[in-house]
Write a protein that binds this ligand. Structure first.
Ligand code: SF4
Length: 122
């Protein structure tokens, strides 16, 4: 079986082609122009990860919501659970960009952090 993965590490967007065995194991990997593409495509095939980005509710701020993201990518299959968890969060202004809004998010060893400052409403 053949699988195509577009490498997103740099703007060249190489089309990396994986030849897979019957159990999904990688038999060969071609199309990448550098080693980073091999690492990316292997990981994307075996254990894909994504940075979760969303918004959470804020009390007392100049805006009612705050943009957040995970401090590192999390397993792709945890994104739905993560979004449901984010929907329960209610934080308090003022907030500084980089503040930890949820520590050890989903017990994955990553934090949910603010991606902007948010002042209190006057
Ligand atoms: S394989 Fe290398 S050159 Fe190609 S997109 Fe990935 S990082 Fe860029």
């Amino acid at each position: 079986m053949r699988k195509h993965i577009t490498c997103t590490v740099c703007p060249l967007s190489c089309d990396v082609v994986l030849e897979l065995g019957k159990d999904g194991e990688i038999l060969s990997l071609t199309g990448n122009k550098c080693k980073r593409g091999e690492v990316y495509a292997s990981k994307e095939h075996t254990a894909p990860e994504r940075t979760l980005t969303s918004i959470v509710r804020v009390k007392g701020g100049v805006l009612p919501v705050l943009p957040v993201r995970t401090s590192r990518p999390i397993p792709k299959d945890k994104l739905k659970e993560g979004m449901l968890e984010v929907a329960k969060v209610n934080t308090q202004a003022p907030i500084t960009m980089g503040d930890v809004i949820v520590e050890d998010f989903l017990h994955l060893g990553v934090d949910l952090v603010a991606t902007r400052d948010l002042e209190t409403a006057n």
